[in-house]
Design a protein around this ligand. Structure first.
Ligand code: TRP
Length: 446
């Protein structure tokens, strides 16, 4: 509804909220899984390259669009370029957000339920077969996972309803420090396990002969997903920025923290898996089946297990609020509704869309799309196709429609200097569109 646009209270609040958006299931669940599946250090190396060449430049661009447009992701494009339908990027972003949050909330719901499972001692004596049995009987249950998913969505909506300062910023500045503490505690536990070093090497040493298109594609999707790029979350958070923030510097800080946390999560999970002679390449269930076995085998494992899933749930929550905020900010303006009503409607839509993802682990497990169960299909569709596609369109918009010269005027205010502007504009105009188009086309063709 009309009125002055909400703003972040402080720079620290903005950074915490955006880092909170970036750090999530992507870092702690998806990243170690991808490293495990693609054979170790090589993935990490390609991932780093893509963050530098594509991730950080695009984050700078998205924050700049947001701050310039000061509106929801449909209107920002209209404001900057009223004569052309570039605002359709925003529509695509809202749709992608609904899709991502629908399966995100399913996995986050599993994570919540694992806090409960560990606290009640369910894993105390779990052997391999049992941990698998606990996982599969839970996810194939007709309504239990739906219950946890709904609980997670309600928590998310409860924060978004309170708005930017009192909701998102406050939740992020409280929860993120707690998350960092938990992370270091678990890191210490994992690296002091006997046999952890083998895993450490496997994770950190790049074997460049193993590079292939699949790995590049996977790493690209992971960069978009992990940095919350390509669906308007960063644009939206940028729209609450004040003019004196140093956008390039903030982008660098946020991306580095996100990368750092992904690596730390890898350092928690992979050495532990190796220390117990387990398989790192098991895919999505890695942290729900393999990791609980590790916790079952160490002293006070119940406690560490519960803390790990608390960490994961907090990380997921601060990310989910950023996805829901994109949808809510847009619904609120376009349908002229209150924040409260828009949040409730968006949350309800997310839950409905998430039902098939949840059931795809049980009742609907025969229903495949392109050979994938529904949950893996929507994960693939959003991370590997929709996010890079929107990223490509955004780069074209920044490089050729709005132009880097005009972005520079927006970036360089209140004494901020953007020294790397020249390489940035070349990346936006040529390298990013060509690289994304190439990867997308060869990925879809393959
Ligand atoms: N980055 C978050 C994670 O790693 C997920 C996320 C939040 C996201 N906002 C997004 C992913 C926007 C894509 C687009 O878990």
């Amino acid at each position: 509804m009309a009125g002055p646009r909400e703003k972040w209270n402080s720079r620290l609040g903005f950074i915490m909220a955006t880092v909170g958006s970036a750090i999530g299931l992507g870092n702690i669940w998806r990243f170690p899984t991808a490293v495990g599946q693609s054979g170790g250090g090589v993935f990490l190396f390609i991932y780093l390259l893509i963050i530098l060449i594509i991730g950080i430049p695009l984050m700078i661009g998205e924050l700049t669009i947001g701050r310039r447009g000061q509106s929801n992701i449909v209107n920002v494009f209209k404001k900057i370029k009223p004569t052309r339908p570039w605002w359709l990027i925003g529509v695509l972003g809202v749709v992608t957000g609904l899709i991502i949050l629908s399966f995100y909330s399913v996995i986050a719901g599993w994570s919540l339920s694992y806090i409960y499972k560990f606290s009640s001692g369910l894993f105390r004596t779990a052997e391999a077969a049992q941990a698998e049995e606990i996982f599969s009987s839970f996810v194939s249950h007709p309504w239990l996972p739906l219950f946890w998913q709904m609980l997670f969505i309600i928590l998310t909506a409860a924060i978004v309803i309170k708005g930017i300062r009192r909701g998102i910023e406050k939740a992020s500045t409280t929860l993120m420090p707690l998350m960092f503490i938990l992370l270091f505690l678990l890191l210490f536990r994992s690296l002091t396990l006997e046999g952890a070093v083998t895993g450490l090497w496997w994770f950190l040493k790049p074997d460049l002969s193993a590079v292939n298109l699949g790995i590049i594609l996977g790493a690209l999707g992971q960069v978009f997903f992990s940095l919350s790029l390509g669906m308007g979350a960063i644009i939206t958070y940028g729209s609450y920025l004040s003019r004196d923030d140093n956008i390039p510097e903030s982008s660098f800080i946020i991306s580095s923290l996100d990368l750092g946390i992904a690596v730390l999560a890898g350092l928690i999970i992979i050495p532990a898996v190796f220390a117990f002679d387990l398989e790192p390449g098991t895919g999505p269930p890695l942290i729900f089946i393999t990791l609980p076995l590790v916790f079952a085998a160490i002293p006070a494992g119940d406690l560490f297990g519960a803390l790990f899933f608390l960490l994961l749930s907090i990380a997921a929550l601060t990310s989910a609020i950023s996805i829901l905020e994109v949808v809510v900010a847009t619904f609120k303006d376009i349908f002229q509704q209150t924040r409260k009503k828009s949040s409730v409607i968006a949350a309800f839509l997310v839950f409905l869309l998430g039902v098939p993802s949840s059931l795809s682990m049980g009742i609907l497990d025969d229903f495949l799309l392109l050979g994938f169960p529904f949950l893996e299909f929507v994960d693939f569709l959003s991370a590997i196709i929709l996010l890079p596609l929107i990223g490509l369109l955004t780069a074209l918009f920044l490089g050729w429609v709005w132009t880097p010269e005009k972005s520079l005027v927006e970036i360089e205010q209140h004494g901020v200097k953007f020294k790397l502007w020249k390489p940035w504009s070349i990346i936006l105009k040529y390298i990013l569109p060509l690289a994304l188009a190439y990867i997308l086309i060869s990925g879809i063709a393959a």
